[in-house]
Design a binder for this molecule. Structure first.
Ligand code: SAH
Length: 248
């Protein structure tokens, strides 16, 4: 005679309950650990494939960094839903965070490697600096508007980008104490390339910089330092905010 176990069914139900409990904890834990399931992370994937890869930026490290940096943390709350749109967005004080494609294009043009020391002029939201930091670079970024620099510092600190160093000041002078730099990226437009930036670039180093009149025709210029001088060429027509001499 088979011995009847009055608890057998109960054990089965408990087993099933336990399975669902563990499953639920695992899923919930993922949601808690990462506030972005099917949200910003998938928006970034789409942003990268439609706006960046489709337009010819192919560097896998740059694409990965653009998929990783949480762009929505760098835009004002009211624009969070538009954080991954194919356009620049206002960040306050009349300034903008660049269009994702431009950030990717400029980053790829610099051809950086981990541990490179990069000078950025125009911290703005801190997003471009975060993309370079994600690539393992040591980033020195200068912002002329105090409140923007302070906010960018807070955002980058909160997200754990300890390899970005921010200074408030006029980028025309560069950051001589931290020079020489492997690469320089300028995200505001001067009418001509400031000579102190050329001096602070390593021999063989690259610079990407928008050059031209405010509100007029500007071009992204990609330059390489050879024999102490810049060999440069225009790579893309663009529109950036002007590089100013004092805070607006
Ligand atoms: N790279 C930024 C976008 C920058 S917008 C980002 O990822 O969000 C250009 C920034 O350059 C603005 O914040 C503006 O205040 C700053 N800027 C303009 N002239 C400057 C100068 N002379 N020195 C440093 N920053 C300057």
């Amino acid at each position: 005679m088979t011995k009847h176990n009055p608890f057998h069914g109960v054990t089965c139900i408990h087993g099933l309950t336990l399975f669902f409990l563990i499953f639920t904890i695992a899923v919930t834990d993922r949601i808690w650990a990462d506030d972005e399931i099917d949200g910003p992370a998938s928006s970034r994937e789409e942003m990268v494939s439609r706006q960046i890869e489709a337009r010819g930026v192919r560097d896998p490290d740059v694409l990965k960094a653009m998929k990783t940096v949480p762009r929505h943390h760098f835009v004002p709350t009211k624009y969070k839903d538009n954080a991954h749109g194919d356009y620049p967005l206002p960040i306050g004080n009349g300034q903008t965070i660049s269009q994702p494609y431009i950030v990717a294009f400029m980053t790829a043009a610099l051809n950086v490697k981990p541990k490179d020391r990069i000078l950025e002029i125009g911290t703005g939201s801190g997003y471009q600096a975060a993309v370079l930091a994600e690539l393992g670079c040591e980033v020195y970024s200068i912002e002329i508007i105090g409140s923007l620099g302070k906010r960018a510092k807070e955002t980058l600190g909160r997200l754990g980008y300890g390899n970005v160093h921010i200074k408030i000041g006029d980028g025309h002078k560069g950051w001589p104490e931290k020079a020489p730099f492997d690469a320089i990226i300028v995200t505001c437009a001067p009418e001509k390339i400031p000579q102190s930036l050329v001096q602070q670039l390593k021999e063989g180093g690259r610079m990407i910089i928008p050059v031209g009149e405010s509100g007029g025709i500007q071009h992204l210029v990609l330059a390489v330092k050879k024999g102490g001088c810049l060999a440069s060429r225009r790579v893309l027509p663009v529109r950036f905010v002007p590089m100013v001499e004092s805070p607006p």
